[in-house]
Design a protein around this ligand. Structure first.
Ligand code: HEC
Ligand SMILES: [Cu+2]
Length: 311
């Protein structure tokens, strides 16, 4: 069996069942259409002694049958697919989050404890993993055939994908969106490990956590100069901001999610907080998406203010 036909995630068998059912149903329809065509071609070919008198008949039974049966069948397939799609779109609450940054032509992964890797992703078996992904440049697509998951990765936006690996081993990761010259080599390996081995791997490679790196950046980039408690600049207090509703100067209200924090840093002029002057500089082009993820992790951490007051 090819490694790509292996079912290595919790959702893979269900995707395959749906796919195979669609294949069978479509094959039956194709066989019906082409079978009838062939039979008619032979029976009514020129010169055949077939009965060609016009039949005056319309059968309500037949009309209803060939309208309703396919309708029910395909609506059924539609409903089934929507159910699966919903599942694919909804990461379980106990998912572990890993950040992915795509870049021509590599996959960079950041584990929350600070561990980073390129063109490889280590995950524990049996644990739902939620990937929060963004791109440094063009559109890429994160594709793991053995898990039956694929998701576009877009610049300036966070997309997500989740899976629970059900087999140990190494599974190929591909970029499924043509993204430039070396698109074909933009690939990696997903290494599924026993939870204990994964925990050990994380410890071995642990450096500073993402949030700690974010705290350092927060000082280095001068954020604390404006947002710090000792600052004389009129700038909002960022402690506890994540998840809150923010009133903007244009009168609208937004929830401070990852996307909002990302845009506040990269495109501050886009959404200005009510009651503040639009003086925050844009960090677009100055820092990469990985730094933004670290800053966001820091802003999401329980006490960002306390953390930077130590300095
Ligand atoms: C020159 C001062 C200044 C600097 C430097 C600065 N900011 Fe700001 N920031 C502001 C002001 C003023 C606002 C409110 C107006 C606005 O939304 O643009 C703001 C808004 C924000 C918001 C939205 C806050 C809310 O309540 O919704 C976030 C998040 C943020 N900044 C993060 C950062 C980060 C992270 C950095 C460093 C990478 C940074 N800022 C650097 C002045 C600054
Ligand atoms: Cu790519």
């Amino acid at each position: 069996m090819m490694s790509t036909t292996l079912q290595a995630s919790s959702i893979a068998p269900d995707i395959d069942t749906l796919f195979n059912t669609m294949l069978v149903v479509s094959s039956i329809v194709v066989a019906g259409v082409f079978g009838t065509m062939i039979v008619f071609c032979i029976r009514y070919r020129r010169g055949s002694p077939a009965d060609r008198t016009e039949r005056k008949s319309s059968s309500l039974g037949i009309e209803l049958a060939w309208t309703l049966v396919p309708l029910v069948l395909f609506i059924g397939l539609f409903g089934w697919s929507i159910g699966l799609w919903q599942r694919l779109q909804t990461p379980p609450a106990d998912s572990a989050v890993i950040y992915i940054v795509a870049k021509q032509w590599m996959w960079k992964a950041q584990h929350p404890n600070g561990q980073r890797e390129i063109n490889a992703l280590h995950v524990p078996i049996g644990q739902p993993i939620q990937l929060v992904m963004t791109s440094e440049d063009v559109i890429h697509s994160f594709y793991v055939p053995a898990f039956r998951v694929k998701q576009d990765v877009l610049p300036g936006r966070y997309t997500q994908l989740w899976f629970t690996a059900t087999r140990l081993g190494s599974f190929p990761l591909f970029c499924a969106e043509f993204c430039g010259t070396d698109h074909a080599v933009m690939r990696g390996d997903i290494d599924v490990m026993q939870p204990a081995a994964y925990a050990q791997w994380l410890r071995q490679h642990a450096s500073e956590t993402l949030a700690t790196r974010g705290a350092t950046l927060f000082r280095q980039l001068g954020c604390s100069g404006c947002h710090g408690s000792q600052s004389t600049v009129h700038a909002p207090d960022l402690a506890g901001l994540y998840g809150n509703t923010v009133a903007l100067s244009d009168g609208s209200r937004v929830v401070a999610d990852d996307r909002y924090l990302h845009d506040s840093i990269m495109l501050p002029a886009l959404q200005v907080v009510a009651g503040y002057a639009p003086i925050m500089p844009s960090y677009q082009g100055r820092i990469g998406e990985e730094d933004v993820l670290a800053l966001i992790a820091y802003l999401k951490s329980p006490a960002p203010e306390a953390a930077h007051e130590q300095h």
